[in-house]
Design a protein around this ligand. Structure first.
Ligand code: HEC
Ligand code: HEC
Ligand code: HEC
Ligand code: HEC
Ligand code: HEC
Length: 476
């Protein structure tokens, strides 16, 4: 018997015979129905019309339909096996399966269809698998599918890295990074389904080293030099007095002569530290390896607890830990919105009122808006009726902006509120640089990690103290 004949006699004929049952036919129907929908969607997508950002549409098209397609495929052989078992139990297995007659054109076409369908199924399954995997890498899947990601998903679009996909920072190089990310992701997905996840979600060293993420786009030793930073603040008085603080930050890097200097230059060597908490806010031990290999160990002489904890090599994210999820403090959020004119500084005492309203607690953003609007209306109606009459639009604008700011930073169901996620870049709002540069991290020989102000920056103007300088710089 030739191979072809063998397949025909031993496989095709029984398959066709047993395949004639309800379950297999149902499987075939499910498979072809979902295949039609999938192919239709891919065609629309290929012509550029399918780009919906709705994460649930993605789940339906890239997970649910392919799963249905696969289910249909699996049902076909199950139906066959069940029918065979049933017939065998009843002793009704045929001695010979119905003849396959290739001279019968109807039958020949039937076989053609089965072969073509099988080929198509492979193509569909391959494409669906590829698309499903690719979909898992999209910002919409990572940031918007799961409500537990709401804080990060909300902060992300208004960050400097809103154009960078989550996976570009959260997944390391190569197959290893990919698999570890998917294993972690699956575990987290199960945790979410079991309602068993930490609130708030902690970074917990979830990021691969910067060399596999940030440094794909940034150069570690790029020369940045000095940078002027202007911090505008508004006071709590009737006129919301504005003042500016100017600092000249010595960011440095590697200059054209190859020398390292400044903030970036100083940490490019190898620095390891031990922290006692998941977000690395309390650091008791720092070891700095100089270019010549000498190691200097600094320990916190003020510490009250043991020096055990998580050991980590310092990289970009130890300072830039909020590049994509830049949660704010209420004061900074408010000052920025007032500077941008989104909350009008011409409203008397708006800074003081707004700060208190931002810090109050609300169940959700909608109710925050109602409460803030009512409160501001009441305040201006009772204290400044004339202003309430003339500035209703500004008051309403202020209320809606405050509700947005609240909604971008406070997520009661995830226990995320102002200050939950500290920003390490600086030292005024959170410990930041002073986790190490506080004058009490000392080496055995009595050297401490530098902490005088001019190490990192020169304060040019503090709270408008030097108006001439501001004017010279063209800052009004
Ligand atoms: C530019 C890089 C970058 C991108 C893009 C990015 N992240 Fe992050 N993410 C970080 C860093 C840095 C941390 C803090 C890590 C640390 O402190 O150790 C972080 C932390 C987190 C955390 C832990 C909780 C927290 O706020 O610290 C979650 C959850 C998270 N990211 C989700 C996302 C999601 C979802 C996206 C896409 C919508 C995303 N990230 C995009 C860099 C990034
Ligand atoms: C896919 C490329 C890409 C990756 C990955 C990336 N960045 Fe960026 N980053 C950019 C681009 C582009 C800009 C400029 C954005 C702009 O000017 O609006 C930028 C800007 C910045 C800035 C200046 C703006 C700011 O937010 O202060 C910092 C700091 C920064 N990146 C740090 C990081 C760190 C730390 C990581 C790793 C956790 C990282 N980046 C990962 C592309 C990337
Ligand atoms: C010791 C803390 C620290 C570390 C570590 C650090 N940076 Fe920075 N970086 C800063 C500070 C401070 C600034 C200035 C911020 C400002 O302008 O407000 C800065 C500024 C930047 C900028 C913006 C430059 C500009 O043009 O304004 C980029 C981009 C950047 N860093 C990338 C990186 C990358 C990539 C790494 C890791 C190789 C890194 N940084 C490591 C503290 C650090
Ligand atoms: C994990 C601990 C740690 C953190 C956090 C840290 N640094 Fe450092 N920094 C060091 C060590 C260690 C040195 C090297 C000490 C030395 O050279 O004596 C150093 C050196 C420096 C220097 C050079 C000092 C000199 O004497 O020339 C500057 C500038 C600096 N850091 C700025 C910053 C800034 C800005 C931040 C916050 C954005 C920061 N550092 C955060 C550990 C840290
Ligand atoms: C280890 C480095 C370091 C040291 C030491 C340091 N600073 Fe800073 N400081 C920073 C960084 C980094 C920022 C910028 C933060 C940012 O980009 O938002 C900053 C910001 C500031 C600002 C700007 C206002 C603000 O809220 O951002 C003031 C004012 C300031 N520092 C004062 C001081 C004074 C006074 C001292 C000395 C007692 C000092 N700093 C010591 C790193 C340092």
């Amino acid at each position: 018997m030739s191979a072809f004949q063998y397949i025909r006699e031993q496989w095709l004929r029984p398959a066709l015979f047993f395949g004639n049952n309800l379950l297999s036919l149902l499987g075939g129907a499910i498979t072809s129905a979902s295949a039609f929908v999938l192919i239709g969607f891919w065609l629309i997508d290929a012509f550029g019309h399918g780009g919906s950002q709705n994460p649930y549409l993605g789940i339906i098209l890239d997970f649910f339909l392919p799963a249905l397609f696969l289910l249909g495929l699996i049902l076909i052989p199950i139906g066959m096996l069940l029918r065979r078992a049933r017939l065998r139990r009843a002793g009704q297995l045929p001695a010979a399966y119905p003849r396959i007659d290739f001279s019968d054109p109807v039958f020949r076409h039937g076989v053609d269809i089965v072969l073509i369908a099988t080929f198509c199924n492979f193509v569909i399954l391959g494409t669906a698998t590829y698309r499903g995997v690719a979909y898992m890498d999209t910002v919409s899947f990572c940031g918007a599918t799961c409500h537990v990601m709401a804080p990060e998903g909300t902060a992300y679009p208004v960050s400097t890295h809103s154009g960078v996909a989550c996976v570009d920072c959260h997944i390391g190089h190569g197959v290893g990074g990919y698999i570890s990310a998917k294993v972690n992701g699956t575990r987290q997905l199960l945790d979410v389904l079991r309602h068993h996840y930490p609130t708030p979600i902690q970074p917990n060293d979830m990021l691969p080293p910067a060399s596999q993420t940030c440094l794909n786009c940034h150069r570690a030793d790029a020369w940045i030099g000095d940078r002027i930073r202007i911090q505008t603040t508004f006071a709590d008085d009737a006129t919301n007095t504005r003042s500016r603080t100017l600092i000249l930050l010595h960011v440095g890097g590697r200059n054209l002569d190859g020398q390292l200097s400044g903030i970036h230059g100083a940490h490019l060597g190898h620095i390891e530290y031990i922290s006692t908490d998941a977000s690395h806010q309390t650091i008791h031990y720092v070891a700095h390896t100089a270019a010549d290999g000498t190691v200097t160990e600094y320990t916190d002489t003020d510490r009250k607890s043991a020096m055990t904890g998580i050991r980590r090599t310092m990289d970009c994210t130890d300072c830039h830990n909020r590049v994509a999820h830049s949660f704010q403090t209420p004061a900074r959020a408010l000052d920025q919105s007032m500077l941008a004119g989104l909350i009008s500084p011409s409203l008397p005492y708006i800074h003081k009122q707004a700060l208190a309203l931002l810090q109050a607690s609300y169940p959700d953003q909608k109710q925050a808006l109602t409460a803030i609007q009512t409160s501001l209306d009441h305040y201006y109606q009772t204290n400044y009726p004339a202003i309430w009459q003339s500035s209703q639009l500004q008051i309403t604008q202020a209320a809606s902006r405050l509700a947005v700011l609240w909604g971008q930073n406070v997520f009661p169901f995830m226990k995320v509120t102002w200050g939950t996620h500290p920003n390490n870049l600086g030292h005024n709002d959170y410990p930041g640089c002073t986790r190490c540069h506080d004058g009490s991290h000392n080496s055995a020989s009595g050297k401490s990690i530098a902490s005088d102000c001019a190490t990192c920056h020169n304060v040019l103007t503090l709270d408008d103290s030097n108006r001439k300088q501001l004017a010279d710089l063209g800052i009004q």
